[in-house]
Design a protein around this ligand. Structure first.
Ligand code: SUG
Length: 424
């Protein structure tokens, strides 16, 4: 059956800042406490979506989460009105305020793992929101992500949105950032490649093997459809906290750094064309600094492949030399620098969902990207977002009110209903 890939991009939220919260994510660690530009960040993300849509690709959006998340602070014992709570936590524990204010839901590749209907036993699209337990600031995304995905993929005839895996380090799950699907055409049954981390590493391995295995079982993937492969500890320690920093697959093409996995799994994928990059040509450090493999590898309407790479790839001489070799006929560069400075490239910002026509028709239409939605979102960002945010600004209770006003309007634009705590 004919099917398409739809990229659901996370809209960057109004509290985008550099908290330095992700140990093992070298960009996040390096840019800790630098001044961020939320409006620019959101506009950069939106421009990427528009660029993809203009290439003739299908695009959709996922809304930001409510931040700062006062319900989490209340759960942790803070009492009083919202403004008083923000003021108190800003004094007590700036780390906590940054964590509950983080706009990290923008990295939609971590929202969920998605198996298209062609792969699953019951012929439905299966989605499992990620529990993101290795980073506290990300673990609080799971509940809202689940509510949003259930709003968008509500038709149980076509979709099932599972509960996130139980919140345990034994089942640590980071979603599609460690999952790539290989197939002939999108509508054909494919092979889903699950990458898990393991030691010994200095930086945390964020995906547990058991988590990947459970998701494959929950999604009803037969044993031939799911493959599990271990991430190279050296890649984790070089800063590849998610496998999508060192590998990306699309249809029958796998683009990978030779040090991504502990074993050369590409030798065992017969119908797959592997573009393998050696450490001599692009050392891991350059791959991670440029986010070459965090490009989006997409199929254009013409049937040709294109690589949508971050502009940082153009600025790294080894990476630029590799790209000039011509493995990809079409290479486009996008500017998502604000997100990149927190370790999120073009591919981190999107969740890929393969849908048939019938499934697309059953998907909530309000989130599908059109020129009209582009125009509304642009206006909405211009109206609500601050130009600049420093970590100290998180203590400003006005930021909370501004964020709520923005999100309330956004749920109207996307016709999503009440998905946020403050709306209930
Ligand atoms: O989980 N950064 C994110 C980046 C996620 C990138 N996603 C993929 N590779 N798919 C993370 O480490 C930094 C937040 C801060 O420090 O303010 C952060 O959460």
């Amino acid at each position: 059956m004919a099917a398409y890939e739809i990229n659901f991009d996370g809209i960057v939220g109004p509290t985008h800042h550099y908290g330095g919260l992700s140990y093992g994510n070298v960009a996040s660690m390096r840019n800790k406490k630098s001044v961020s530009h939320p409006k620019q960040a959101a506009l950069q993300g939106l421009a990427k979506m528009k660029f993809m849509a203009d290439l003739g690709l299908r695009q959709a959006v996922l809304p930001p989460h409510e931040r700062p998340h006062v319900p989490t602070l209340r759960r942790l014992g803070y009492r009083g009105n919202d403004a008083a709570i923000i003021e108190k936590v800003a004094k007590d524990d700036p780390w906590l305020l940054s964590a509950v204010s983080n706009a990290s839901a923008m990295w939609a590749a971590n929202a969920a793992t998605v198996s298209p209907s062609a792969d699953t036993a019951d012929g439905r699209v299966h989605l499992t929101p990620a529990n993101l337990v290795t980073q506290f600031h990300r673990s609080i995304e799971a509940e809202t992500t689940t509510a949003i995905l259930r709003g968008i993929f509500a038709d149980e005839k076509h979709f099932i949105v599972h509960d996130p895996l139980p919140a345990s380090s034994a089942l640590a799950d980071e979603g599609a950032a460690n999952h790539t699907r290989l197939c002939k055409q999108y509508g054909d049954a494919g092979v889903e490649l699950f990458t898990y981390g393991g030691g010994p590493t200095t930086f945390p391995a964020r995906q547990a093997q058991r988590a990947s295995e459970m998701i494959a079982r929950m999604h009803g993937l037969s044993s031939g459809r799911a493959r599990f492969v271990q991430q190279n500890p050296a890649a984790i320690d070089a800063g590849a906290f998610h496998n999508d920093v060192v590998a990306v697959g699309n249809r029958n093409v796998l683009f990978v750094h030779e040090k991504a996995w502990v074993e050369p799994i590409w030798n065992d994928l017969p119908d797959v064309k592997t573009i393998r990059v050696s450490d001599a040509d692009v050392p891991l450090a350059d791959a991670i600094a440029s986010y070459l493999f965090n490009s989006q590898l997409v199929t254009l309407p013409s049937g040709e492949d294109a690589l949508i790479a971050p502009i940082e790839c153009r600025e790294n001489s080894r990476v630029a030399t590799f790209l000039a070799r011509g493995d990809f006929k079409h290479v486009h560069f996008v500017d998502v620098r604000q997100s990149m400075r927190n370790g999120g490239g073009p591919a981190c910002l999107r969740l890929r969902v393969v849908l048939t026509d019938a499934e697309l028709a059953a998907t909530h239409p309000g989130v599908i990207f059109t020129d009209a939605l582009f125009a509304s979102l642009q206006q909405w960002i211009e109206k609500h977002y601050r130009d600049e945010l420093s970590p100290d600004d998180l203590a400003d209770p006005k930021l909370l009110a501004e964020g709520r006003a923005a999100l309330d309007e956004l749920t109207g634009i996307l016709r999503l209903g009440s998905v946020y705590d403050f709306q209930r």
